[in-house]
Design a protein around this ligand. Structure first.
Ligand code: ATP
Length: 238
């Protein structure tokens, strides 16, 4: 579903944020991307989502090269940034309708999808109000709903669990599994190692822009915990 080959990003000014990253996410997989602050996670996720250009390498989503076929790649991908930029002057329902129009969600499906997720996340009663009046968590839920109603083949999320209440976190985990159950894939960054360990089929650990470990979660963790594996890697060479 997602192939990242020899991906590197050097920012203007010379910072090499990611160096020669190789990763593959298969259909049906939830793939966790972990690393310390500044390791290069957001840089990678933004490049995969097609919202930031990169220096070297190839990124392919469902067979579409993100540089050569950006529209086709983005059509099957939903990206939830860590701080989603919503339109404060729109109401929640206006925003979701705008997204539904933009991504050609069939008229016959959109209402049922919006209803399903809005009710689950308990923001149905707020959909008529301007987004500017929402709390941080409500904005986050709306952004999540806007990604989920698209039923993307690939869902990319940057720190999706930060700021979500426990009920919403639990729901989100279920929805990520749902996407995988229908043959989609999820690629997300997190600092919540317990969630990553329980939820992810595979995990990659990035350190200083370099992939230091990746693989099937159970194999990577072994008899230890993800936290211990991570802390050991962080201790090495620093
Ligand atoms: N626009 C930019 N210009 C220059 N350097 C940048 C820019 N954005 C990020 N960086 C640098 O690139 C490196 C990787 O940043 P990135 O945001 O990808 O890390 P991260 O793993 O997502 O961190 P965090 O866990 O704190 O969100 C950091 O050293 C950061 O300072």
């Amino acid at each position: 579903m997602l192939s990242i080959q020899h991906f590197s990003k050097t920012y203007p000014g010379g910072k090499r944020a990611v160096d020669d990253l190789n990763l593959n996410v298969a259909p049906g997989e939830i793939f966790g991307f972990i690393g310390h602050n500044g390791a290069g996670k957001t840089t990678t996720l933004r490049a995969v989502a097609g919202v930031m250009d990169f220096t070297e390498g190839t990124i392919t989503i469902d067979g579409h090269d993100i540089r050569r076929e950006p529209t086709a790649a983005k059509k099957v991908t939903a990206f939830l940034p860590d701080n989603p930029d919503l339109y404060d002057f729109l109401s929640g329902i206006q925003y979701l309708t705008f997204i539904a129009d933009l991504y050609d969600i069939p008229q016959k499906d959109r209402q049922a999808r919006i209803q399903k997720y809005a009710e689950a996340f308990e923001i149905t009663g707020n959909l008529g109000s301007p987004i500017g009046s929402y709390s941080h968590g409500m904005k986050q839920k709306l952004a999540l709903i806007s990604a989920l109603i698209r039923e993307p083949k690939l869902l990319i999320l940057d720190e999706p669990f930060v700021g979500l209440d426990p009920v919403a976190s639990h729901l989100l985990k279920g929805y990520l599994s749902e996407i995988c159950g229908r043959g989609g894939a999820v690629f997300f960054s997190t600092h919540v190692l317990e969630v990553a360990e329980k939820l992810c089929h595979k995990i990659a650990i990035i350190k200083g822009g370099v992939l230091v470990k990746s693989g099937v979660t159970e194999e990577l963790v072994g008899d230890s915990t993800l936290e211990n594996v991570f802390l050991e890697l962080e201790g090495e060479g620093s």
